[in-house]
Design a protein around this ligand. Structure first.
Ligand code: C2E
Ligand code: MG
Ligand code: MG
Ligand code: MG
Length: 275
């Protein structure tokens, strides 16, 4: 009885896995097609200093509108791309377009790109960053990279070495989704990063949720203590922006100011008009 059940279970799972694997391979193929047929677009979400309000930068965010699938969220296709080397192709495309945006934009603000662990492990990251900086003749301090704690954990020493090389190029480094990983303070102190970006999950229910208020305040205090900049991700309301300001966090990225925008809208965006 148990045995036959086990057998059925096995068949069930293997069929499920097969379906999942097939779906994954199909997305990979479509994504490759997307890169080659111009289905990808880079959007730019403003980062604002709430004291102005003043535009201080943009985060570059991938958008994929597939002829076949319609809009596909990066939360869906990035993890799949990360399971193969496809993320390297996607990542290079993103770096190229972000550098091009810095070159074309007259706003003189920092543009950040998200990096995957695989890009770190490729051994080409620093060279690729240097290449796009040279190609577009941009000021490297106008480029920033966002990395998650977990993407650094796989090889801490190797990661620190590369971050130092990136910093040497003049590029700023920001820890994305901060608070969702498990960096210890002593580890954090060793990283040559300039900014902590508080994850949206902590911001979402401020200022009404007491524990989120405490966590957010603690992260801001810690960043300040470590001499790091701090930015809040996903602020949607005036109350949240005011709460963050009361805790001395003035850099804000969120729908309160703007959603991610196509390049041509981003290039003319100002918080005075839109915020
Ligand atoms: P992330 O890097 O943490 O990016 C922030 C996400 O929060 C974006 O989602 C952004 O649109 C969303 N967001 C910003 N403000 C608000 C807000 O006020 N409310 C709400 N509800 N959402 C807000 P998006 O664009 O869907 O990207 C999801 C994730 O996909 C990113 O999270 C990042 O991890 C990944 N991703 C996007 N583009 C790239 C890329 O070019 N390369 C890599 N490696 N990953 C990327
Ligand atoms: Mg990010
Ligand atoms: Mg984030
Ligand atoms: Mg996030």
């Amino acid at each position: 009885e148990a045995k036959s059940q086990g057998k059925n279970t096995y068949h069930f799972y293997s069929q499920e896995l097969n379906t999942i694997a097939k779906a994954r391979i199909e997305i990979e193929q479509d994504l490759l097609h997307a890169i080659e047929h111009d289905e990808l677009e880079l959007y730019f979400q403003p980062k604002v200093d709430s004291r102005g309000p003043l535009l201080v930068g943009f985060e570059a965010l991938l958008r994929w509108t597939s002829k076949k699938r319609g809009f596909v969220s990066p939360a869906e296709f990035i993890p799949i791309a990360e399971q193969s080397n496809l993320i390297l192709k996607v990542g290079d495309w993103v770096l190229e377009k972000a550098a091009q945006f810095v070159h074309e934009s007259k706003q003189n603000v920092v543009v950040s790109v998200n990096l995957s662990a695989k890009q770190f492990e490729s051994g080409h990251l620093v060279m690729n960053l240097n290449n796009v900086i040279t190609k577009y003749g941009i000021d490297p301090t106008l480029l920033e990279v966002e990395i998650t704690e977990s993407s650094l954990m796989r090889d801490v020493e190797g990661a620190i070495k590369q971050l130092e090389d990136i910093k040497t190029l003049g590029i700023n480094i920001s820890i994305d989704d901060f608070g969702t990983g498990y960096s210890s303070l002593s580890y954090l102190k060793r990283l040559p990063v300039s900014t902590l970006k508080i994850d949206r999950s902590f911001i979402k229910d401020t200022p009404s949720d007491k524990s989120d208020v405490e966590i957010t305040s603690a992260i801001i205090a810690m960043a300040t203590q470590l001499g790091l900049e701090v930015i809040a991700e996903g602020a949607e309301t005036k109350d949240q922006v005011e709460f963050l300001a009361s805790q001395n966090c003035f850099f804000i990225q969120g729908y309160f100011y703007s959603k991610p925008l196509p390049k041509n809208d981003a290039i003319v965006w100002t918080p005075e008009i839109n915020g």
